[in-house]
Structure formats: C-alpha cells, structure tokens
Write a protein that binds this ligand. Structure first.
Ligand code: GDP
Ligand code: MG
Length: 756
C-alpha cells in the first residue's frame, strides 16, 4: 500500500533529526531516508548529505534525466498530502487531531511511484516546502520567503497550492509573498542569465466546490499575477518584461478531500498521470489547461547535471540566505521602527518651534536681498540640536538597539540638513556684509583723507580694514558653529572670503589709481596752463617794451617757441610721472598697473597741452599777441624806448620791417615743430607703445592721437597742425588790418607832432 498515511514522528523534530542525519562514519542506509531528506533545516542550514541521498536514490548518474518539482502555499492546505498522493512520497502530514505545522524547512524525496516503469517519471525529485502563512508576521516570514524563492529558483514546476476561497484574496493567496519572490528571483537569478529559464506555475485549487468554474478562478489568478508583475521593481534591462516571458501557467481544481474522498482520489489520480507523461510532443503553450498535456517540458529544465545538483542547490541557497532584500524585520524591530518614527515626530515639534522662525527670517532677508547675520542663531541651533537628540535618546533608546541607532542617525541627518542650511546662509550673510563693510570703510577713510588734503596712506587703510573684516568674519563663523556636527566648519568659506577681500582690494586700488591719476592730471593741467601761457605771452614782447628782457639776458627767440614748449611740457610730465609712481607704489600697485597709469598720464597730458595750445591760438587771443608783437617791434626802438614819430622818420620802412617780422610768425605758429630738428616733436616715441597689461577699460576714455594711434588715419604732421591753411590766411588778413591801423595812427601822430 503506497497510500500516504499520517506519520507519527512529525510532532518530534528532534527525533526526526536523529533518524535522518546519520552520524559521520555510519554508512548511509535507505531506511534513514524513509521520509526523504531535509535539504534545509529550520536553522537555514543546507544539508551536506544531499548528494549522499541522491546517490542512494541512484540519481547521481542520470545526467539531465531528472526533474524537480516543488510546492508553495499556506500552511495546512494539504500540500504534503497532495505530494504524497501524487508521488508516493512520505512527507510528514498533519494529523487531523493535532493541528500543528508539520513540515519544517525544505524536504526532498524521490518519486516513489512507478518504480517498475523505466520512464523518465522515475527520476522526479519532489520538494516539500514549509508552509507559508500570510497572517503571521515577524521572523517566520523570513524563512517563508527564502524557502519559496529556493523552490522557485531551482524547480521546473512549482505547484501553487491554495484553497478555492483564497482565490482573489491578495494576502490570503500569498500574492504579496509571490511578488517579493518574483522580484528577488529576477534580481538574483534571471537578470544576468543568458537564456531565459522558464518554469511552470501549476495552480492546484483545493476544496473546489464546483460552483465557480475553474476558468473563472484561473482568470482571477492570472489577473492578480499580471498586477503583481506590473508593480514589482524590475532590474534595469528587464523593465518591459512580461510574466509570460518567465512562466507558463497550468490550473487544476480538486474536490474536497474529506467531503468527497472518492472524487478527490479520482481527480488526484488523473492529475498524477500528467506528471508521468513523457514529452514527445513538447508543444509550448503559456497555459497548460489541456489536461492531457505533459507537465515537464524540456524548456523548464535547469540543465544542471544530476551529479552537480547538490552543489548547485547549495549555491542557490547561499545566495538566498545572504540576500538582504529577503531579510524581514522581526516583531521587535517593527515595533522599534514604529515607535522611533513616532518619537522622532514628537521631538521635532520643539525643534521646529525654535528653528522655523529663524529659517523664515533668513529666507525673508534673502528674498528682499538683505541677508543679515542673525546674532542669536548659533546659540539657538546648538540648544535645539542638543535638545532634540537628547529627547529622542531618552524616549527611544529602550527600543531595539539596531533600529534605534539607525533612526537616531536618520533624525540627526534630518535635523542637520536644516541646521546646515541655516549655518551656510549665515556664513553667506557674514560674507556679504563683511565685504560690504570692508569696501565702505575703505571708501570712507579715503574720503576723509581727501578732505585733509589727500594726506592719507591708502595701503595702510586697506590693510587695517581688511584685518577688521577678517576678524569680524571669523567671529561670526565661530558664533554659529554647531557642537558635534562634523559639517560645521567655516574654513572653506574663510578661504573664499579672503579671496573676495583681495578682489575688492584690487578693485579699490584701481579706483584709487584713477583718483591719483585724476589728481596728477589736474596738476599737469594747471602747471601747463601757466608755463605754456607764459611762453605764448613772450610773443607779445618781440623786443623790449614793458616786457623787455633784463639787461644781459638774451631775448627769447621766437624761432624756438615750440622747443621751449616741448621742453616745459616733457619736464612737467616727467615731474608728474614721478609723483604718480611714488604714490602708486605706496599702495602696492603692481609695476604693470603703474606702467598703464603712466602711459595714460602721458596721453592725457598731451591732450592737455593740445587744448592749451588751441586756446592760445584762438582767433582773438592770437591776433592780440601778433598785434602786441608787431607794436613792440614797430613802436619801440632796439633799447626798448618808445619812439616819438617825427615826419622825417622812415615810418613806412619800419612799419614794413616790423610787419613782415610778425607775419613770419604765422607759419611758425601754425605747426608744432622743433627748431633744432625742423621736425615735429617725437610724440609717438615719447608716449611709447601701450603696455602689454593695458585693458580695454583703460583705453575707454582716451582720445585718439594722430601719428601715435596708427589706425586713426591721422598723421603726426596733422596732429601737430596748430593752424590750418585757411586759418593762417584769415589770421594774416586780420593781422594786416590791425597793423595798418597802427601804422595810420603812427603817421597821424608824426604829422600831429609837426603841427604842434
Ligand atoms: P500542509 O501543511 O500544507 O503540508 O498540509 P498537510 O498535508 O499536512 O495537511 C493538513 C491537514 O489538512 C491534514 O489534516 C490533512 O488531512 C488535511 N487535508 C489534506 N488535504 C486536504 C484537502 O484537500 N481538503 C481538506 N479540507 N483537508 C485536507
Ligand atoms: Mg506539509
């Protein structure tokens, strides 16, 4: 009689252990494995005797000619009973009187039916897996998931055993568990495999009443499976995979074993034949609902030779046991998680009360563009952080240590995210206000120095203000340090701040350079205004007269007017360059900056001189000078004594001489030309080419100079033209009229003198 019967040992696992695990040294016997072999025990240990068992059962030499089938389902749904019926195995079955879980761990047994038949059916290995029970929580689930995954990963066929009334109940039908198992199976065993291993999910619906047709139950289950598949997280590359890519499905319903025992046995018998059929017609279909079809299709085979199976299975188990995704928290951990989260929320309330207003203040200040250093921030942050962590510790530390530690770290990072934001914004405000303060105080000090006659030391002002600004920033930074927070350091920001101050200093120095340049230019203008004016005035004293030279002094020659102007100009500018250089060096301007400043100064000074010359040769001015020059020559004798005209004097001759002498001045004045070289002064060489460090901003306000700026299209000759041809002509005409007037007057006075 191969009918399975309730075996007595099942209530005593220790007894079973003794009977199934032979002590080392004893030769294994078939009797020891009457109920199969416990492949994995309740301590999750893999049985090292698996290959011994497979050897005893003569499986080792069969190569690929074997099959593996497992069962999955809730506790006490008649799984072991079913397997025993189908395969003649003797797995432990719960006695009908004592309702306790029987199968512990995972058992394996060779099919014991059809020993006579030399078909493949002989080599069926059946695994009975400890039942799952969706109602219970905690540690039990850990084994549940792992064993279910082991069954799924290794077996060609997985019988999913469930009551009819479980169909459609997500938890009741272990769908959640299946989801996890599918998920990890994909992740661990399918993701990297080259071919897609397929398995058959064989749903066996127990205690089928018959009211609901099997096809309806099947549809419900398929829909549930599709839903599970769509929601589980798939490894990258498999996002679009479908459940059908990995599984075929078969469905069968069995009548109630107790209420309809004959019908039950009849159906089970019918079912068992399907497991014994060869697959001569390996037709692949997703749904094996044709009852005549074989179950073990070749594509389900894992292609592990039988002699390698135990090593393979152990490897699979190792991976499963070591996979963290499958670990489930214990009851204690769940409670700790729940309470720690709750306590976190509670202690954060007080933290919020302190911190939120500060956050709002900061945000507001930043929004209106005025980040301010909040003086009370450091103290508030330290107190709030200390309090929140202390409160958490007081209330939560009695819960599961690991969870508490993790949740404490979570809380700390939550708190620190906010504190760090406050901290950094405070440093930002300190940075900004520090830089503003620095640049303002330097400007103020310079202004007050300017008022006191420019008697100030710019470099010294910058140094002392910079020191103050740095000290202020460090004080602000220190005040906001949060004790015990590794992120609370301002070294990095201090470096940036220092750099910013340097930037601002150099900007301020540039401004100071400009101020200095402006001052020196002004000085040049006033000096040239006097000295050049003086040179032109000398024109009016052609000889003697009120402006007569002292005795012994050689009268200035009109011919070298421009030589004298050029000399006085270059000497004045050289003097100015010296002043500029001394001052700029005093505040650490770089040699390049000084070079640019001097270059600008020379160009601007030339502009000043040109303007001054233009002013001197303006119509009225120059006409007056020519007239004076002429009168001086005409009305005074060589000793500077005024002539009293007598009718006998050669008035006309003297007039002509004096007039021609003055007229000769016009072309001389018209062109800035040195007498000693008969060429324009070397303005281009004197200004020099622009320094390499000159920037577009440095050139912005500079007027172009002919003969110096080549692309100006104006020659040095043109730059040096003081009076155009037309102006010379015009001046000549006007001058002659003026001279004529003087002559007529002289003539008259000669006649008048005679009359007297
Ligand atoms: P397992 O925990 O899933 O392996 O369940 P067992 O095979 O140990 O059976 C649990 C109990 O259910 C036993 O008392 C069996 O006699 C009983 N049982 C087995 N099959 C059926 C069935 O098809 N219907 C009903 N109602 N009870 C069954
Ligand atoms: Mg069982």
């Amino acid at each position: 009689d191969r009918r399975p019967t309730a075996i007595k040992h099942h209530t005593s696992p220790s007894l079973m252990m003794n009977s199934h695990f032979a002590p080392v040294g004893e030769s294994p016997s078939r009797e020891q494995y009457e109920h199969g072999i416990q492949v994995i025990d309740e301590d999750k240990e893999f049985n090292q005797n698996l290959s011994t068992y497979l050897n005893l059962e003569k499986i080792i030499p069969v190569g690929f000619n074997y099959h593996l089938i497992s069962v999955f389902g809730s506790q006490s749904t008649g799984k072991s009973t079913l397997l025993n019926y189908l395969f003649g195995t003797e797995f432990g079955v719960m006695s009908e009187r004592e309702r306790r879980q029987t199968t512990k761990g995972i058992w394996m047994s060779k099919n014991k039916r059809d020993k006579e038949a030399k078909s493949m059916a002989e080599n069926i290995l059946v695994m009975d897996v400890e039942g799952t029970d969706g109602r219970e929580r905690g540690e039990d689930q850990d084994f549940e998931r792992k064993s279910a995954l082991f069954a799924l990963a290794t077996s060609e066929v997985l019988i999913v055993n469930l009551w009819e009334h479980q169909v459609g109940l997500y938890q009741g039908a272990n769908m959640g568990l299946l989801k996890t198992v599918f998920e990890v199976n994909l992740q661990l065993f399918i993701k990297d495999s080259k071919s897609i291993p397929k398995s058959l999910l064989f749903f066996v619906i127990r205690d089928h009443l018959g009211t609901t047709p099997l096809s309806n139950l099947r549809n419900t289950l398929l829909q549930d499976l599709a839903r599970i598949w769509s929601t589980l997280s798939k490894p990258s590359g498999l996002e679009n995979s479908r459940i059908e890519d990995y599984f075929d499905f078969a469905f069968v319903a069995l009548p109630h074993k107790i209420l309809q025992p004959e019908k039950f046995e009849e159906e089970v018998e019918k079912l068992s034949t399907r497991f014994r059929k060869g697959y001569n017609d390996p037709k692949t279909t997703g749904l094996l609902d044709d009852e005549s079809l074989p179950v073990f299709l070749p594509q389900y085979h894992r292609r592990i030779p039988a002699d390698g199976f135990s090593v393979y299975a152990e490897g699979i188990w190792d991976q499963i046991v070591n996979n963290k995704d499958l670990d489930l928290p214990t009851q204690q951990e769940l409670l700790a998680q729940f309470r720690c989260d709750e306590i976190s929320r509670e202690v954060l309330v007080a933290f919020d009360e302190t911190i939120s207003p500060l956050e709002e203040k900061q945000t507001h200040d930043i929004t209106i563009g005025k980040p301010t250093v909040l003086p009370e921030l450091g103290a508030a942050m330290n107190a709030a952080r200390l309090a929140v962590m202390k409160d958490f510790e007081t209330n939560a530390s009695r819960y599961h240590k690991g969870v508490y530690t993790r949740k404490r770290a979570e809380l700390e990072s939550k708190v620190d995210v906010r504190l760090k934001a406050l901290f950094q914004k405070q440093l930002h405000a300190a940075h900004k206000s520090g830089v503003d303060m620095f640049s303002d105080s330097v400007s103020t000090a310079v202004k007050s120095g300017q008022k006191k006659g420019n008697n100030y030391d710019f470099a010294q002002i910058v140094e002392s203000e910079k020191a103050k600004a740095l000290a202020k920033f460090e004080a602000d930074g220190k005040a906001v340090l949060v004790e015990g927070a590794p992120w609370s350091t301002y070294e990095q920001e201090l470096v940036l701040y220092r750099k910013k101050l340097e930037e601002v200093s150099s900007r301020l120095r540039k401004e100071e350079m400009r101020r200095l340049a402006t001052r020196v230019e002004r000085w040049v203008r006033s000096r040239l205004g006097e000295s050049v004016g003086l040179e032109f005035n000398k024109l009016g004293t052609g000889r003697g007269g009120s402006g007569a030279p002292e005795v012994g002094e050689k009268p200035p020659s009109e011919k070298d007017l421009w030589d004298r102007i050029w000399t006085v100009f270059t000497e004045t500018v050289a003097d100015a360059e010296g002043r500029f250089t001394d001052r700029a060096r005093s505040f650490d301007a770089s040699p390049e900056e000084v070079d640019v400043g001097l270059w600008r100064l020379r160009r601007k000074s030339w502009g000043v001189l040109s303007a001054k010359v233009d002013e001197e040769v303006m119509e009225g001015n120059i006409l007056l000078k020519l007239r004076e020059n002429f009168e001086d020559k005409f009305r005074y004798d060589e000793h500077g004594v005024p002539r009293i005209w007598r009718p006998t004097d050669d008035i006309e001759g003297m007039y002509t001489k004096a007039r021609e002498s003055t007229i000769a001045l016009i072309p001389l004045l018209a062109q800035f030309k040195l007498a000693r070289t008969s060429a324009p002064p070397p303005l281009d060489a004197w200004i020099g080419s622009p320094p390499l460090s000159v920037s577009p901003a440095d050139e912005e306000d500079l007027a172009p100079i002919g003969g110096v700026d080549e692309d100006e299209g104006k020659s040095l000759e043109e730059e040096m033209t003081v009076l155009s041809d037309y102006k010379q002509q015009d001046l000549l005409v006007r001058f002659k009229k003026t001279a004529d007037g003087v002559y007529v007057e002289a003539k008259r006075s000669a006649i008048g003198g005679m009359t007297q």
